[in-house]
Design a protein around this ligand. Structure first.
Ligand SMILES: *[C@@H]1O[C@H](CO)[C@@H](O)[C@H](O)[C@H]1NC(C)=O
Ligand SMILES: *[C@@H]1O[C@H](CO)[C@@H](O)[C@H](O)[C@H]1NC(C)=O
Ligand SMILES: *[C@@H]1O[C@H](CO)[C@@H](O)[C@H](O)[C@H]1NC(C)=O
Ligand SMILES: *[C@@H]1O[C@H](CO)[C@@H](O)[C@H](O)[C@H]1NC(C)=O
Length: 427
């Protein structure tokens, strides 16, 4: 408690967008940030001051580590966002995750802390937001990713240990192709329409009240690859945003199907990403590109998968039915062929024209650079784990690429692995 209450002001923002930040210097620094002064216009600074005489509510904690910065939300007992800067050199070295252990963040008031006990036998993995694999260059930095401030409950089989792990590898690989990579990762709670058309949100909680940890329905990553100084092929800044349900995902689904425009993601998440770079011009160009890439990905899905993914992500705009059936630059005859087949089967990838999206103000959609948005194949980790006794008897149904579509995760958070969680991997 004391840790949080003391601390000194390093910056008091006056005027629009300013933020009050109290920084306590400490290993694993704790920064407390309170609401933006946009809520209280600074027209009368004295009044602003008086309002804070007895302190404003403490509700958000920003932690800064070597390997990442995170904003911890004591209401959900998960991070709100975790920001990383990954360079190729962070990925070299022999820091070993076997030497790290999950730990509770003792800089957070015990009343608000996520506990190891809550995850135990919860059925969920302790899923890293900043992946452990992003910092092999230092054991200390790798250790820090095991703080529960960097952790959310994630479905293990078919998600954290599979599709999401490949997604994390995709991000690491970007450092080789597209320069420095900045990533914001975090949980989302997004509603679905009920049968009566009203919006409704349901999600499990783990642990014991009142210290429950909320299980996210979805996760997001917003990726910015800065190729301007890099050795890679792109000399631009690539930006892409992705949202995935916290559920098993068929390994065959293309990553492009999870591309989302920034604006609605920001509205759902309640935050702006990379605000020093992404202005309205860039946002709207990237959002158009994102829809084109999403359409490209959705066209490759079997109709069942397409429908269930649209249901899972109903709160985010999907490409319209029209968009799903037509294709930007192919000939009218192939369009016709496509519409007639698309209601029956997935359109083979080679029949879909790859979107050509524009670069605006030095900014390109991430899928436009670095060889498109293609996930690496399932890794040796997954293969090794098939025989690992921890997963015995429960892995095949989720990770073998079943084509029935049931594995694409219509349950948005409900799909629990049958093995006890809390011990799981979380790369
Ligand atoms: C990894 O650790 C090093 C050394 O602590 C740090 O300089 C670097 O920023 C970290 N990398 C990432 C991905 O944050
Ligand atoms: C970590 O431990 C597992 C089994 O305990 C072992 O198979 C693996 O090789 C180890 N990883 C490293 C990098 O040492
Ligand atoms: C990393 O964590 C392990 C176990 O929690 C600990 O034994 C080790 O000393 C830590 N290493 C560093 C460099 O902090
Ligand atoms: C956004 O930034 C770019 C590059 O600096 C600039 O060309 C553009 O006019 C800016 N747009 C807005 C709305 O400020």
């Amino acid at each position: 408690m004391r840790n949080i209450a003391i601390g000194f002001v390093v910056g008091v923002g006056v005027g629009a967008g300013g933020t009050y930040i109290y920084l306590q210097q400490n290993p694993g620094r704790l920064i407390r940030s309170t609401s933006s002064s946009t809520i209280w216009p600074a027209a009368d600074p004295m009044r602003d001051q008086a309002i804070h005489d007895f302190g404003s509510p403490m509700s958000e904690f920003v932690r800064v580590y070597d390997s990442y910065a995170a904003s911890y939300d004591p209401r959900t007992r998960t991070p709100k966002w975790v920001l990383e800067h990954i360079t190729a050199k962070d990925l070299e070295g022999d820091a070993n995750r076997n030497k790290s252990q999950f730990f509770e963040d003792n800089q957070i008031d015990p009343a608000f802390r996520a506990t190891l006990e809550s995850y135990k036998d919860s059925g969920y993995d302790r899923g890293h937001m900043a992946p452990a694999g992003d910092n092999k260059s230092s054991q200390k930095a790798l250790n820090e990713t095991f703080s529960l401030t960097n952790i959310c409950p994630q479905v293990g089989l078919g998600f954290n240990r599979d599709y999401w792990e490949r997604f994390e590898r995709y991000v690491r690989d970007l450092t080789k192709k597209a320069g420095d990579v900045y990533v914001v990762t975090g949980p989302l709670w997004i509603p679905k329409p009920d049968v009566d058309g009203k919006w409704n949100m349901q999600h499990p909680m783990i642990g014991q009240p009142p210290g429950l940890i909320a299980v996210p329905t979805h996760f997001y990553k917003v990726i910015l690859a800065d190729g301007r100084r890099g050795k890679g092929s792109s000399r631009e800044v690539g930006v892409g945003a992705f949202v995935m349900p916290n559920a098993p995902i068929d390994p065959q689904l293309p990553l492009t199907a999870f591309t989302v425009p920034l604006e609605p993601l920001e509205q759902l998440a309640g935050m702006r990403f990379f605000p020093n770079f992404i202005n309205a011009t860039r946002r709207s160009a990237m959002d158009q590109a994102a829809l084109a890439w999403r359409q490209y990905g959705m066209q490759q899905l079997k109709p069942f998968d397409r429908v269930s993914l649209c249901q899972d992500m109903a709160a985010l705009p999907a490409p319209s039915g029209q968009l799903l059936l037509t294709s930007g630059s192919s000939s009218p005859s192939s369009n016709a062929a496509m519409s007639s087949t698309s209601s029956m089967t997935a359109v083979p990838e080679h029949q879909i024209s790859v979107p050509k999206t524009r670069s605006v103000a030095g900014t390109t959609h991430l899928c436009e650079i670095a060889g498109g948005c293609k996930l690496p194949p399932p890794g040796s980790w997954q293969k090794n784990q098939q025989s690992n006794k921890q997963l015995k008897g429960s892995s095949s149904g989720h990770s073998s690429g079943s084509s029935g579509g049931g594995s694409s995760g219509t349950s948005g958070g409900g799909g629990r692995p049958s093995n006890p969680g809390g011990g799981g991997r979380s790369v």
